[in-house]
Design a binder for this molecule. Structure first.
Ligand code: FES
Length: 68
């Protein structure tokens, strides 16, 4: 199955589809049973690497859209 990653405007990376997620130590982060996850892009989440909505509270402004 193809994994779909969507860059949300001034928000997280939305990952849809089955994937494996690992922390910097190589430990797997359990995402089983979650059809989609949101990865923090603002750096302020208290639940990294997952988005916890803090980007809204801090008024996160993302850089320009992805370069083509
Ligand atoms: S992108 Fe949502 S808390 Fe960072």
């Amino acid at each position: 199955m193809t994994v779909k990653i969507t860059i949300r405007p001034n928000g997280p990376y939305l990952v849809e589809g089955e994937c494996e997620l690992y922390d910097p130590t190589g430990a797997r982060i359990d995402t089983s049973g979650q059809p989609r996850i949101a990865l923090c892009r603002c750096g302020s989440s208290s639940n990294k690497p997952m988005c916890d909505g803090t980007h809204n509270k801090i008024g996160f402004q993302a850089a320009d859209a992805a370069k083509k």
